[in-house]
Design a protein around this ligand. Structure first.
Ligand SMILES: [Zn+2]
Length: 367
Protein backbone atom coordinates (compact mmCIF):
# COMPACT_ATOMS: atom_id res chain seq x y z
CA UNK A 1 0.00 0.00 0.00
CA UNK A 2 1.45 3.37 -0.95
CA UNK A 3 2.10 5.61 1.97
CA UNK A 4 -1.03 7.69 2.51
CA UNK A 5 -0.72 11.30 1.27
CA UNK A 6 -0.97 12.76 4.77
CA UNK A 7 1.95 10.70 6.06
CA UNK A 8 4.40 11.29 3.21
CA UNK A 9 7.51 13.29 4.41
CA UNK A 10 7.27 16.88 3.12
CA UNK A 11 9.42 17.22 0.05
CA UNK A 12 10.60 20.52 1.39
CA UNK A 13 13.18 19.29 3.93
CA UNK A 14 14.72 22.11 5.97
CA UNK A 15 17.87 22.17 3.78
CA UNK A 16 15.91 22.24 0.55
CA UNK A 17 13.64 24.87 2.05
CA UNK A 18 16.60 27.18 2.76
CA UNK A 19 17.95 26.77 -0.77
CA UNK A 20 14.52 27.37 -2.29
CA UNK A 21 13.89 30.38 -0.10
CA UNK A 22 17.09 32.01 -1.20
CA UNK A 23 16.32 31.24 -4.88
CA UNK A 24 12.76 32.54 -4.54
CA UNK A 25 13.84 35.78 -2.87
CA UNK A 26 16.23 36.30 -5.79
CA UNK A 27 13.49 35.76 -8.36
CA UNK A 28 11.05 37.99 -6.51
CA UNK A 29 13.56 40.74 -6.41
CA UNK A 30 13.74 40.40 -10.18
CA UNK A 31 9.94 40.89 -10.34
CA UNK A 32 9.51 37.96 -12.69
CA UNK A 33 6.74 36.12 -10.82
CA UNK A 34 3.21 37.37 -11.55
CA UNK A 35 1.21 35.05 -9.33
CA UNK A 36 -1.72 36.67 -7.71
CA UNK A 37 -1.24 34.56 -4.66
CA UNK A 38 0.16 36.39 -1.71
CA UNK A 39 3.90 36.17 -2.00
CA UNK A 40 5.19 33.31 0.08
CA UNK A 41 7.66 34.63 2.58
CA UNK A 42 11.02 32.92 2.17
CA UNK A 43 11.33 29.78 4.34
CA UNK A 44 7.59 29.29 4.90
CA UNK A 45 5.10 26.97 3.09
CA UNK A 46 1.73 28.06 1.65
CA UNK A 47 -1.16 27.32 4.03
CA UNK A 48 -2.96 24.10 2.90
CA UNK A 49 -6.68 23.19 3.43
CA UNK A 50 -7.35 21.38 6.73
CA UNK A 51 -7.08 17.65 5.94
CA UNK A 52 -10.37 15.75 6.33
CA UNK A 53 -10.37 13.16 9.08
CA UNK A 54 -9.46 9.72 7.74
CA UNK A 55 -11.55 6.77 8.83
CA UNK A 56 -9.90 4.52 11.40
CA UNK A 57 -9.16 0.88 10.66
CA UNK A 58 -12.17 -1.20 11.63
CA UNK A 59 -11.09 -4.20 13.71
CA UNK A 60 -12.24 -7.36 11.95
CA UNK A 61 -11.87 -9.16 15.28
CA UNK A 62 -14.51 -6.85 16.75
CA UNK A 63 -16.79 -7.41 13.75
CA UNK A 64 -16.29 -11.15 14.18
CA UNK A 65 -17.21 -10.86 17.86
CA UNK A 66 -20.60 -9.33 16.93
CA UNK A 67 -21.10 -12.18 14.43
CA UNK A 68 -20.43 -14.77 17.12
CA UNK A 69 -23.10 -13.07 19.23
CA UNK A 70 -25.57 -13.31 16.33
CA UNK A 71 -24.68 -17.00 15.94
CA UNK A 72 -25.28 -17.66 19.65
CA UNK A 73 -28.55 -15.75 19.48
CA UNK A 74 -29.73 -17.90 16.59
CA UNK A 75 -28.61 -21.09 18.31
CA UNK A 76 -30.61 -20.11 21.40
CA UNK A 77 -33.70 -19.22 19.36
CA UNK A 78 -34.54 -22.08 17.03
CA UNK A 79 -31.60 -21.62 14.67
CA UNK A 80 -32.60 -18.31 13.09
CA UNK A 81 -33.03 -14.55 13.57
CA UNK A 82 -36.06 -14.22 11.27
CA UNK A 83 -38.80 -11.59 11.35
CA UNK A 84 -41.37 -12.20 14.08
CA UNK A 85 -39.11 -14.74 15.85
CA UNK A 86 -37.34 -14.26 19.21
CA UNK A 87 -33.94 -14.46 17.53
CA UNK A 88 -34.66 -11.24 15.68
CA UNK A 89 -35.72 -9.29 18.77
CA UNK A 90 -32.66 -10.59 20.64
CA UNK A 91 -30.45 -9.35 17.78
CA UNK A 92 -32.08 -5.92 17.99
CA UNK A 93 -31.57 -5.81 21.76
CA UNK A 94 -27.89 -6.71 21.37
CA UNK A 95 -27.18 -4.00 18.80
CA UNK A 96 -29.25 -1.37 20.62
CA UNK A 97 -27.49 -2.13 23.92
CA UNK A 98 -24.09 -1.51 22.36
CA UNK A 99 -25.17 1.77 20.78
CA UNK A 100 -26.90 3.13 23.87
CA UNK A 101 -23.76 2.43 25.88
CA UNK A 102 -21.69 4.30 23.27
CA UNK A 103 -23.76 7.50 23.39
CA UNK A 104 -26.04 7.15 20.38
CA UNK A 105 -29.64 8.38 20.41
CA UNK A 106 -31.49 5.20 19.48
CA UNK A 107 -35.15 4.57 18.61
CA UNK A 108 -37.13 1.46 17.73
CA UNK A 109 -39.68 1.78 14.94
CA UNK A 110 -42.34 -0.92 15.00
CA UNK A 111 -44.27 -2.26 12.04
CA UNK A 112 -46.40 -5.32 11.35
CA UNK A 113 -45.76 -7.87 8.61
CA UNK A 114 -47.20 -11.32 8.12
CA UNK A 115 -49.15 -10.82 11.31
CA UNK A 116 -46.01 -10.33 13.41
CA UNK A 117 -44.40 -7.23 14.90
CA UNK A 118 -41.15 -6.14 13.31
CA UNK A 119 -38.62 -3.55 14.37
CA UNK A 120 -36.28 -1.10 12.72
CA UNK A 121 -33.48 0.23 14.92
CA UNK A 122 -32.40 3.82 14.18
CA UNK A 123 -29.32 5.34 15.81
CA UNK A 124 -28.38 9.01 15.53
CA UNK A 125 -24.90 10.28 16.42
CA UNK A 126 -25.38 13.70 18.07
CA UNK A 127 -24.24 16.69 16.06
CA UNK A 128 -23.64 17.53 12.43
CA UNK A 129 -25.91 19.32 9.98
CA UNK A 130 -29.31 17.61 10.18
CA UNK A 131 -30.27 19.06 6.81
CA UNK A 132 -27.63 16.83 5.28
CA UNK A 133 -27.95 13.41 6.87
CA UNK A 134 -25.59 10.59 5.90
CA UNK A 135 -27.15 7.19 6.57
CA UNK A 136 -25.59 3.73 6.61
CA UNK A 137 -27.75 0.64 7.09
CA UNK A 138 -28.10 -3.12 6.91
CA UNK A 139 -30.89 -5.60 7.42
CA UNK A 140 -30.66 -7.53 10.68
CA UNK A 141 -33.16 -10.28 10.00
CA UNK A 142 -32.28 -13.68 8.63
CA UNK A 143 -34.38 -16.11 6.64
CA UNK A 144 -36.19 -18.77 8.67
CA UNK A 145 -33.93 -21.59 7.55
CA UNK A 146 -30.66 -20.42 9.10
CA UNK A 147 -28.78 -17.95 11.37
CA UNK A 148 -28.03 -15.54 8.49
CA UNK A 149 -24.43 -14.81 9.40
CA UNK A 150 -23.24 -13.67 5.97
CA UNK A 151 -26.80 -12.64 5.05
CA UNK A 152 -26.87 -10.33 6.73
CA UNK A 153 -25.00 -10.55 10.00
CA UNK A 154 -21.92 -9.40 8.07
CA UNK A 155 -23.41 -6.05 7.03
CA UNK A 156 -25.14 -5.53 10.39
CA UNK A 157 -21.93 -6.23 12.36
CA UNK A 158 -19.75 -4.01 10.15
CA UNK A 159 -22.22 -1.11 10.38
CA UNK A 160 -22.35 -1.59 14.16
CA UNK A 161 -18.57 -1.65 14.54
CA UNK A 162 -18.26 1.48 12.36
CA UNK A 163 -20.81 3.27 14.53
CA UNK A 164 -18.88 2.23 17.64
CA UNK A 165 -15.69 3.55 16.00
CA UNK A 166 -17.41 6.92 15.47
CA UNK A 167 -18.08 7.04 19.22
CA UNK A 168 -14.63 5.72 20.18
CA UNK A 169 -12.96 8.39 18.02
CA UNK A 170 -15.27 11.11 19.28
CA UNK A 171 -15.82 11.94 15.64
CA UNK A 172 -17.55 15.27 14.96
CA UNK A 173 -18.54 15.27 11.29
CA UNK A 174 -19.94 18.29 9.40
CA UNK A 175 -22.94 16.24 8.28
CA UNK A 176 -25.27 14.41 10.64
CA UNK A 177 -24.67 10.65 10.90
CA UNK A 178 -27.48 8.09 11.24
CA UNK A 179 -27.21 4.32 11.30
CA UNK A 180 -30.05 1.83 10.72
CA UNK A 181 -30.79 -1.88 11.16
CA UNK A 182 -33.82 -3.01 9.17
CA UNK A 183 -36.34 -5.68 9.92
CA UNK A 184 -38.19 -8.05 7.59
CA UNK A 185 -35.95 -7.39 4.61
CA UNK A 186 -36.25 -11.05 3.66
CA UNK A 187 -39.99 -10.61 3.28
CA UNK A 188 -39.47 -7.97 0.61
CA UNK A 189 -37.67 -4.92 2.03
CA UNK A 190 -40.55 -4.44 4.49
CA UNK A 191 -38.75 -2.57 7.29
CA UNK A 192 -36.80 -0.09 5.15
CA UNK A 193 -39.89 0.54 3.02
CA UNK A 194 -41.87 1.25 6.18
CA UNK A 195 -39.21 3.71 7.32
CA UNK A 196 -39.14 5.60 4.01
CA UNK A 197 -42.93 5.58 3.71
CA UNK A 198 -43.25 7.13 7.14
CA UNK A 199 -40.77 9.93 6.58
CA UNK A 200 -42.23 13.35 5.83
CA UNK A 201 -41.10 14.68 2.47
CA UNK A 202 -38.99 17.26 4.32
CA UNK A 203 -37.20 14.58 6.34
CA UNK A 204 -36.75 12.45 3.26
CA UNK A 205 -35.10 15.32 1.44
CA UNK A 206 -32.76 15.86 4.36
CA UNK A 207 -31.14 12.49 3.67
CA UNK A 208 -28.15 13.35 1.52
CA UNK A 209 -27.06 9.74 1.06
CA UNK A 210 -28.05 6.20 2.08
CA UNK A 211 -25.32 3.50 2.09
CA UNK A 212 -26.41 -0.15 2.12
CA UNK A 213 -24.41 -3.22 3.19
CA UNK A 214 -26.00 -6.59 2.51
CA UNK A 215 -23.72 -9.66 2.35
CA UNK A 216 -20.18 -8.32 2.55
CA UNK A 217 -18.24 -11.51 3.50
CA UNK A 218 -19.33 -14.21 1.04
CA UNK A 219 -16.98 -17.21 1.27
CA UNK A 220 -16.21 -17.22 -2.48
CA UNK A 221 -16.21 -13.43 -2.48
CA UNK A 222 -16.46 -10.94 -5.29
CA UNK A 223 -16.04 -7.18 -4.87
CA UNK A 224 -19.12 -5.39 -6.15
CA UNK A 225 -19.86 -1.68 -5.79
CA UNK A 226 -23.38 -0.25 -6.28
CA UNK A 227 -23.47 1.94 -9.39
CA UNK A 228 -26.41 4.14 -8.43
CA UNK A 229 -24.93 7.51 -7.36
CA UNK A 230 -21.70 8.22 -9.28
CA UNK A 231 -20.01 10.19 -6.49
CA UNK A 232 -20.69 7.52 -3.88
CA UNK A 233 -19.63 4.80 -6.31
CA UNK A 234 -16.35 6.64 -6.90
CA UNK A 235 -15.63 6.92 -3.16
CA UNK A 236 -15.76 3.13 -2.83
CA UNK A 237 -14.12 2.27 -6.13
CA UNK A 238 -11.18 4.58 -5.45
CA UNK A 239 -10.72 3.04 -2.03
CA UNK A 240 -10.45 -0.48 -3.44
CA UNK A 241 -8.34 0.63 -6.40
CA UNK A 242 -5.88 2.29 -4.04
CA UNK A 243 -5.42 -1.12 -2.42
CA UNK A 244 -5.08 -3.00 -5.68
CA UNK A 245 -8.50 -4.68 -5.36
CA UNK A 246 -10.45 -4.69 -8.64
CA UNK A 247 -14.19 -4.12 -8.38
CA UNK A 248 -17.21 -4.64 -10.60
CA UNK A 249 -20.51 -2.83 -10.56
CA UNK A 250 -23.18 -4.58 -8.57
CA UNK A 251 -25.99 -6.03 -10.71
CA UNK A 252 -27.20 -9.18 -8.95
CA UNK A 253 -28.79 -7.12 -6.18
CA UNK A 254 -30.22 -4.28 -8.19
CA UNK A 255 -33.33 -3.21 -6.36
CA UNK A 256 -33.21 -6.27 -4.12
CA UNK A 257 -32.06 -4.75 -0.90
CA UNK A 258 -32.84 -1.90 1.47
CA UNK A 259 -31.38 0.87 -0.68
CA UNK A 260 -34.28 0.43 -3.15
CA UNK A 261 -36.97 2.29 -1.13
CA UNK A 262 -34.55 5.21 -0.68
CA UNK A 263 -33.59 5.26 -4.32
CA UNK A 264 -37.24 5.20 -5.32
CA UNK A 265 -37.82 8.52 -3.58
CA UNK A 266 -34.73 10.17 -5.03
CA UNK A 267 -32.24 9.69 -2.19
CA UNK A 268 -28.70 9.11 -3.54
CA UNK A 269 -27.69 5.56 -2.67
CA UNK A 270 -24.61 3.36 -2.74
CA UNK A 271 -23.22 0.25 -1.14
CA UNK A 272 -21.06 -2.86 -1.26
CA UNK A 273 -21.72 -6.54 -1.92
CA UNK A 274 -19.73 -9.77 -2.26
CA UNK A 275 -22.19 -11.93 -4.22
CA UNK A 276 -24.95 -14.41 -3.42
CA UNK A 277 -26.28 -17.21 -5.64
CA UNK A 278 -24.59 -16.22 -8.88
CA UNK A 279 -21.65 -18.30 -10.14
CA UNK A 280 -18.13 -16.87 -10.08
CA UNK A 281 -16.61 -16.85 -13.55
CA UNK A 282 -13.05 -17.91 -14.31
CA UNK A 283 -12.18 -14.29 -15.13
CA UNK A 284 -13.52 -13.26 -11.72
CA UNK A 285 -11.62 -16.07 -9.98
CA UNK A 286 -8.51 -14.88 -11.77
CA UNK A 287 -8.75 -11.39 -10.30
CA UNK A 288 -10.34 -12.13 -6.91
CA UNK A 289 -9.18 -15.63 -6.09
CA UNK A 290 -11.65 -18.24 -4.89
CA UNK A 291 -13.35 -20.89 -7.05
CA UNK A 292 -14.66 -20.45 -10.59
CA UNK A 293 -17.89 -22.26 -11.40
CA UNK A 294 -19.05 -22.02 -7.78
CA UNK A 295 -21.55 -19.54 -6.36
CA UNK A 296 -20.26 -16.58 -4.36
CA UNK A 297 -22.16 -17.89 -1.32
CA UNK A 298 -23.06 -21.59 -1.51
CA UNK A 299 -24.86 -21.27 1.85
CA UNK A 300 -27.09 -18.41 0.70
CA UNK A 301 -30.39 -18.56 2.59
CA UNK A 302 -29.44 -21.91 4.11
CA UNK A 303 -28.81 -23.43 7.53
CA UNK A 304 -25.07 -23.47 6.77
CA UNK A 305 -24.89 -19.66 6.67
CA UNK A 306 -23.00 -19.71 9.96
CA UNK A 307 -19.77 -18.14 11.27
CA UNK A 308 -18.00 -20.87 9.27
CA UNK A 309 -19.44 -19.32 6.09
CA UNK A 310 -17.37 -16.11 6.04
CA UNK A 311 -14.40 -14.78 4.06
CA UNK A 312 -12.36 -12.79 6.59
CA UNK A 313 -10.39 -10.87 3.96
CA UNK A 314 -13.60 -9.66 2.33
CA UNK A 315 -15.13 -8.87 5.74
CA UNK A 316 -12.04 -6.89 6.73
CA UNK A 317 -11.79 -4.95 3.46
CA UNK A 318 -15.49 -4.17 3.25
CA UNK A 319 -15.64 -3.04 6.89
CA UNK A 320 -12.78 -0.60 6.28
CA UNK A 321 -14.32 0.56 2.98
CA UNK A 322 -17.64 1.09 4.76
CA UNK A 323 -15.98 3.28 7.40
CA UNK A 324 -14.15 5.18 4.67
CA UNK A 325 -17.46 5.88 2.93
CA UNK A 326 -19.07 7.09 6.16
CA UNK A 327 -16.16 9.36 7.06
CA UNK A 328 -15.71 10.73 3.53
CA UNK A 329 -19.38 11.59 2.97
CA UNK A 330 -20.04 12.92 6.47
CA UNK A 331 -16.94 15.13 6.49
CA UNK A 332 -18.00 16.73 3.24
CA UNK A 333 -14.94 15.45 1.39
CA UNK A 334 -17.35 14.00 -1.17
CA UNK A 335 -20.91 14.97 -2.07
CA UNK A 336 -23.46 12.66 -3.67
CA UNK A 337 -24.14 13.72 -7.23
CA UNK A 338 -27.86 13.82 -7.34
CA UNK A 339 -28.65 15.30 -3.97
CA UNK A 340 -26.39 17.68 -2.17
CA UNK A 341 -28.45 20.13 -0.28
CA UNK A 342 -31.39 19.46 1.90
CA UNK A 343 -34.65 19.88 0.12
CA UNK A 344 -34.18 22.02 -2.94
CA UNK A 345 -34.07 20.56 -6.39
CA UNK A 346 -34.88 17.03 -5.52
CA UNK A 347 -38.06 15.41 -6.68
CA UNK A 348 -39.61 12.76 -4.54
CA UNK A 349 -39.15 10.46 -7.49
CA UNK A 350 -41.23 7.53 -8.36
CA UNK A 351 -43.28 6.63 -5.34
CA UNK A 352 -45.32 3.96 -7.10
CA UNK A 353 -42.83 1.35 -6.09
CA UNK A 354 -42.76 2.51 -2.52
CA UNK A 355 -46.45 2.15 -1.83
CA UNK A 356 -46.65 -1.45 -2.92
CA UNK A 357 -48.57 -2.96 0.00
CA UNK A 358 -46.63 -5.28 2.31
CA UNK A 359 -46.73 -8.98 1.46
CA UNK A 360 -47.62 -8.62 -2.24
CA UNK A 361 -44.01 -8.74 -3.42
CA UNK A 362 -43.12 -12.31 -4.29
CA UNK A 363 -40.84 -13.84 -1.66
CA UNK A 364 -37.21 -14.38 -2.50
CA UNK A 365 -36.99 -11.04 -4.34
CA UNK A 366 -34.93 -9.60 -1.51
CA UNK A 367 -31.46 -10.70 -0.56
ZN1 LIG B 1 -29.68 -10.00 2.74
Amino acid sequence: MPTPVGQRPSRRTPLRRAVLGAGLAGVLAAGLLTSTAAPVAAGTTAPTAAPTAAAPNISVANVRAHLSQFQSIAAANGGNRAHGRPGYKASIDYVKGKLDAAGFTTSLQQFTANGAVGYNLIADWPGGDTNRVIMAGAHLDSVGSGPGINDNGSGSAAVLETALAVAREGYRPDRHLRFAWWGAEELGLVGSRHYVNNLSSTNRSRIAAYLNFDMIASPNAGYFVYDDDPAIEKVFKDWFAARGVPTEIETEGDGRSDHAPFKNVGVPVGGLFTGAGRIKTSAQAQKWGGTAGRSFDPCYHSSCDTTANLNDTALDRNSDALAHGVWTLSSGAATPSSGSSGSSGRTSGNTADVSTPVGTRPRGLAF
